[in-house]
Design a protein. Sequence first.
Length: 368
Amino acid sequence: MGAWLVPIVLLAVVLYLARTVLTPFVVAGVLAYIFSPVVDQIQERARISHRVAVIAVLYIILLGALALSIWLVEARLVREFRALSALGPDIVDTAFVRVLGSDKFTVMGQEVDPHLLAVWTNERAAAILDAPHDALQIAERAVDIVGKTLLTLVVLFYLLLDGGRVGSYLIRFIPSIHRDRVTTVARHVHLVLGQYLRGQLYLIALMSFVTYVVLQFIFHLPFALPIAIMTGVLEIIPLFGPIMAGAIACTVGLVSGGVGHAISIGVAYLILRQAEDQLVMPIVVGRAVHLHPLITIFAVLTGAASAGVLGAIMGVPVAAALRVILDYLLPNGVEHAPTDEPALLPVQEAAPAVTAAASPTPVDPASH
């Protein structure tokens, strides 16, 4: 254990010192997990020897699709986002007045003014979002976003190109007596993380589309497009994201159509969420990633406290990876796990069994 303590502490110190610049690298790593299998399949089926050519074509396709999507919906999306942002304070104020009335009232000896309560809510929301207030702040944030986006694309390119070599290099630092064991665990962690991240990308697209159809054509809700996109994006924040998305939609529904309209939208969100949890999640994410709700809450809150929004997003996949490692190191603790929800994928399903007689070539988790 002593031999591992020094490099682990050094790695933790380096990550802490570099925490302000980690975001592009983490985002690029997530995207590499999602798109590496695509690059592998294209290269194998098209029999292209130069991987850089496949990556270049993938970049052209993805950026072209993104540009086309922006061109098709940019006008409406920007218009509705701006209108929603401008009307946000009025929407919150109207919602409080409709629910609480316009007159002051007393709760536990304290006088409450619905209008002041709405002002306080808007101020807290602005503080959480940390919205820029002047032209200089807006310009600084725009430059920061552009810079981080370009860095993410560069890092992603190199991860897709040379990701396989990173694992082969790192495995050299593992003592030979533990190398086969670490390789086996890394395969399982790779399967779980890849399944989770690709599933989340699919869920974002699916929930955005379905929510837009429901809000636009069933409830005729104003700002249906931006609210639907926010609903899909907030899916990546477990537990709290869907609650925030439903609260936004219900608030707009309360202002535009009254209490009954808001309740109907809330019921629709509840039905969509249950359908996602019971039907979609087991298929696109899989039961191998399943965590107890308390562990999920702890992972999200711990990640948010340590690394903000990015930490909240990455808390669950990190917890899932730790679960795989613990299940492998402590197999007796999961020997009675339900057969339809295995704590650890069987080794023979993930990769050929590792034996002492034949040591396989180390497999890099990032190469797939």
